[in-house]
Write a protein that binds this ligand. Structure first.
Ligand code: ZN
Length: 242
């Protein structure tokens, strides 16, 4: 079986479509899994929700997904994020709100646990260090945990301690006997100074995770964001990937 792992789409339809087109070129996947933050920041919430609902077999909730429907306190979000959340809240229709409200915070499937932030705090914690990864090992029972939230492609390989790395495009990792925490990077708002959309592709027969990058038409997304009045920094950051 092959699994495509998508995180942090953030209402960026052009990036999502580019990822799905690349996935087809790579031979497709038996299942697509989504690690949350379908919405927030970008200009295309309806289209992204529609595609995720029709294409993703599994999906967990991200902090933005719950913030836009009023299920999460937004006082700790930065002002630009709050503006985008308020715009999203004004756009969503009832069926979209229900879909987001019903998303689980954690899913266990075979060798994998899926969360948005971390197994310890699925909505809020950013895993950014090997030490944090180690602390999280007791919060999931499977061999691997898939995370998003930081918008950075990352891997943590853990035995008694964890080592970490930042995978580049085309890197593939054989998942050996160790335990892993893996972040495929963000589809719709990458923050590793590479503006291309990021996603992961896991091949179960070979136990290999591939980290993919895909170029997309950033300018068209930026002009749609301008049209609906989303904050300047959210528009600009797409071009520099941070
Ligand atoms: Zn996010």
């Amino acid at each position: 079986m092959r699994y495509a792992i998508l995180a942090d789409i953030h209402s960026n339809l052009t990036a999502l479509e580019a990822v799905l087109a690349d996935l087809s070129q790579q031979g497709g996947a038996d299942e697509i899994w989504c690690l949350g933050d379908i919405v927030g920041y970008g200009p295309d919430p309806h289209e992204c929700l529609e595609l995720v609902r029709s294409r993703c077999k599994l999906c967990v909730a991200g902090n933005h997904d719950l913030a836009v429907i009023g299920k999460l306190d937004i006082s700790s979000f930065n002002p630009d994020a709050v503006k985008a959340i308020r715009w999203h809240s004004s756009q969503l229709i009832e069926s979209e709100t229900h879909f987001l409200a019903d998303l689980p915070q954690k899913i266990v499937k075979g060798d994998f646990t899926l969360v948005h932030g971390s197994p310890r705090q699925p909505l809020w914690e950013y895993i950014l260090s090997a030490r944090q990864a180690e602390e999280n090992l007791t919060y999931f029972n499977t061999r691997c945990c898939l995370i998003g939230h930081s918008h950075l492609p990352q891997y943590y390989q853990c035995d008694t301690t964890c080592s970490s790395g930042n995978p580049q495009e085309g890197n593939s990792f054989l998942l050996s006997a160790s335990r892993y925490i893996l972040n495929p990077g963000s589809v719709g708002q990458p923050r590793d100074r590479d503006p291309r959309a990021a996603y992961g592709l896991y091949d179960s027969p070979t136990a290999t995770m591939n980290f993919q990058r895909v170029s997309y038409d950033i300018v068209s997304v930026q002009s749609r964001m301008e049209k609906v009045g989303l904050p300047r920094w959210l528009i600009e950051r797409l071009a520099c990937g941070q």
